[in-house]
Design a binder for this molecule. Structure first.
Ligand code: BGC
Length: 376
């Protein structure tokens, strides 16, 4: 943590230095010297305001970029690839040098970032990879495979005794590359338990048909996601869970396990399972540590979440943007293939949060205030 704060202070000092150079018109800083009044250096495009997850990122960006002295603007695409493209075009016209973008649709966003790249902008994919294009320069992400693994492992560690334990699978949107990685991570640990009959999949004939395969191809995962997608939408998640519980008999109820891909969908699905009289207990996963889910965990309505510290992701992106504005090559620690190129990436670890460590992970770390919750 100390290291992070120090690196942010250094980042702030360096950027302030750059801007000071700009104000005094130093010749050795061409990039900032070129900046005209009203120009934005760093543009940020996030998928939607309707999910608390992205409001967390927005808050961190505004804080970190503001502290570092960047001129910046955060725009939301509100679930529309067309709006996303317009947002990118607006930012290009405002003179951005670096675009940090979390794509609404990983494949559709290719056209928008190609436009940015052609305008000389360096593109950083944020959290979600943009696929099928060479116009992505860098990728800043959490370890999404580890997110899925942690969700699957939690279900295994907290499963009721016995065989044929009912398991309900849900996934994110098929347009989001992360949905595939999360599912892949979860499958990597759940599959042996499904194959040996400990768990029984209740809501996906495609997953059931593939239960003996340790590793799934993208097409195979796509088939499963086709059946169990929530589209990252609370209402879709709710209706899907309702339809699933309506179509099964009593053997598929009792004490059950639910792989929910994130917090928003977990709350919707949990409410549906809680309302069903034949469900005696459920263990349900999540991710993002959204405030509402933290309260659900405290209240025993959601079992776990995965804490993806948006302070770190935003700070990593700002560090990257800073290197780029200075003309340096940003530090990366891995690569992600986007079906066209291997994109240099910076990966951040994740933390599993349950009732037992919620205070330590989220309150003591300063992410949330204790007063924002009841019963802690
Ligand atoms: C993000 C998750 C988020 C989901 C829905 C994913 O790409 O990694 O944190 O919950 O999108 O917005």
């Amino acid at each position: 943590m100390k290291k992070r704060v120090l690196s942010m202070v250094l980042a702030a000092a360096l950027v302030l230095g750059l801007l000071a150079g700009c104000a005094s018109g130093k010749k050795d800083d061409k990039k900032t010297e070129d900046k005209k009044d009203g120009e934005i250096q760093v543009g940020i495009v996030l998928p939607t305001k309707d999910e608390p997850r992205w409001l967390q990122d927005q808050a961190q960006f505004e804080r970190v970029l503001g502290e570092a002295g960047f001129t910046n603007q955060v725009l939301f695409s509100q679930g529309s690839s067309a709006t996303e493209k317009t947002n990118v075009e607006t930012l290009i016209s405002q003179g951005i040098k670096v675009l940090i973008i979390c794509a609404q649709d990983g494949a559709a966003a290719a056209a928008a970032v190609e436009e940015a790249k052609n305008a000389g902008v360096t593109v950083i994919a944020y959290d979600r990879l943009i696929t099928g294009t060479d116009a992505v320069d860098y990728y800043v992400t959490f370890n999404s495979f580890a997110v899925g693994q942690a969700q699957g492992q939690y279900l295994i560690d907290n499963a009721p005794e016995g065989k044929d334990v009912p398991l309900y699978l849900y996934a994110g949107a098929a347009t989001d590359n992360n949905a595939f990685i999360f599912f892949e991570g979860a499958w990597s640990v759940l599959q042996p338990k499904i194959a040996d009959g400990t768990f029984k999949i209740e809501n996906s004939s495609e997953a059931e048909a593939l239960k003996d395969k340790t590793e799934l191809s993208r097409d195979e995962i796509a088939k499963i996601i086709g059946q169990v997608t929530t589209d990252w939408d609370f209402n879709v998640a709710k209706s899907k869970a309702e339809a699933n519980l309506t179509s099964v008999d009593g053997n598929a109820k009792g004490d059950v396990l639910v792989l929910a891909p994130n917090d928003g969908t977990a709350r919707s699905i949990a409410d549906v399972f809680a309302a069903d009289k034949e469900i005696k207990s459920y263990v349900i996963t999540g991710q993002d540590s959204e405030k509402a889910s933290v309260q659900y965990i405290i209240d025993g309505k959601q079992s776990m979440t995965v804490f993806k510290d948006t302070r770190t992701l935003a700070a990593d992106s700002v560090d990257m943007a800073l290197s780029i504005l200075k003309g340096d090559t940003p530090a990366t620690d891995t690569t992600y293939n986007n079906e066209k190129i291997d994109v240099p990436a910076k990966e951040t670890p994740i933390i599993v949060v349950t009732k037992d460590n919620v205070k330590k992970a989220l309150i003591d770390s300063g992410y949330y205030k204790e007063s924002e919750f009841t019963g802690l």
